[in-house]
Design a protein around this ligand. Structure first.
Ligand code: UDP
Ligand code: MG
Length: 323
């Protein structure tokens, strides 16, 4: 068997968003440290690999705990946000803080619901040249029926709304330093990482894993936060809802033509028609459909403004040959 050329072992940064995770961290940090040890011993990663905790304005002892762990082992590092900004921003802050300070990073939740063993395979894919490796859930056996069905609804709804995401992939993924640099060029305020990262491009791979129960503590992602994330994702990526208004207007306009024929026939041939009925019917349908179409047209322009103000990078250069 021919052996494919491998990249040298990377300096790996494991980025963890943490919000009130004082119960989970004492389980998850040691587990991740021993995984780093194992990968270092096997020569898969460099010994200066580390864990970056991004404290999302927790109001329990999370930050103190991270400080203690840092004193004990310098491989545990952290940043602390001034207030609670939500999982996406805590994660983004963590990712931005490791740019140019690692060769690859893996983002994972503090509760280790996502099997950390998948990191082994992610690193293997990275060394084979993949720059983004998505962790995808093989099954959701351990999620409650409610969580499972709401999550399914969440993906299908997004898809219907024109947002492309990787199915059953949350934010558990490996990214190369180059992918991080490209991500940093997205300056938009509403960051929906699962929508943006597939847009970056580069060589990708998928690793599947089983989802476990939370190691400790409770979910920090109730339905309300999930809905907010879904709406945020759709409205940050798609102008489809606005285009629908135009379509509804267009359909009503076509219906108006049919209604006009019906009203005129009734007007001329029916003997018991109320005075004023024909003119009211025609104006309601005619004006209604025109108003809807006009809103749709205005929506198209707002859609354009929406894309412009985001100021997203228009392209990403992967390689350069120079001299
Ligand atoms: N999290 C965060 N800020 C928040 C909510 C959650 O940083 O406002 C973190 C949390 O600490 C965890 C991850 O996001 O590391 C996922 O949260 P959780 O496990 O509670 O969500 P679930 O798995 O239940 O969807
Ligand atoms: Mg969780």
């Amino acid at each position: 068997m021919t052996k494919q050329a491998q990249l040298p072992p990377p300096t790996l940064a494991i980025v963890i968003p943490c919000y009130n995770e004082e119960e989970a961290l004492p389980h998850s940090i040691p587990a991740l440290k021993s995984l780093l040890d194992e990968l270092t011993t096997k020569g898969e990663i460099k010994a200066d690999s580390y864990i970056m905790c991004s404290n999302d304005g927790s109001n329990d002892g999370t930050w103190q705990l991270i400080e203690e762990m840092h004193l004990e082992d310098k491989r545990v590092r952290g940043i602390s946000l001034a207030h609670n900004r939500g999982h996406q921003y805590a994660l983004l802050a963590g990712l931005m803080s490791v740019i140019d300070r690692c060769d690859a990073c893996v983002s994972i939740d503090a509760d280790l619901q996502d099997d950390p063993r998948a990191i082994v395979e992610m690193v293997r894919d990275y060394r084979l040249g993949k720059e983004i490796v998505y962790g995808v859930r093989a099954s959701r056996k351990t999620d409650t029926f409610f969580k499972r069905s709401t999550a399914r609804g969440f993906y299908s709804f997004q898809k219907a709304m024109g947002l492309e995401t990787v199915y059953d992939h949350a934010d558990y993924r490996l990214m190369s330093n180059r992918a991080l640099q490209l991500l940093s060029e997205y300056g938009e305020a509403n960051m929906f990482l699962r929508g943006i990262i597939p847009q970056i491009g580069l060589d990708t791979a998928v690793v599947s894993y089983d989802r476990n129960h939370r190691v400790a503590g409770e979910s920090k992602y109730p339905l309300s936060k999930m809905l907010a994330l879904s709406i945020d994702g759709i409205t940050s990526f798609s102008a489809k809802p606005m285009q629908w208004i135009f379509m509804v207007g267009l359909i009503s306009f076509v219906l108006t033509l049919a209604v006009t024929i019906y009203v005129l026939i009734s007007y001329f041939y029916s003997t018991h028609i109320n005075p004023g009925w024909a003119s009211i019917m025609l104006s309601i349908w005619g004006l209604g459909s025109m108003i809807l179409m006009s809103i749709g047209i205005v929506g198209e322009y707002i859609g354009k403004i929406f894309v412009e103000v985001k100021g997203r990078p228009r392209y990403a250069i992967k390689d350069r040959l120079w001299d």
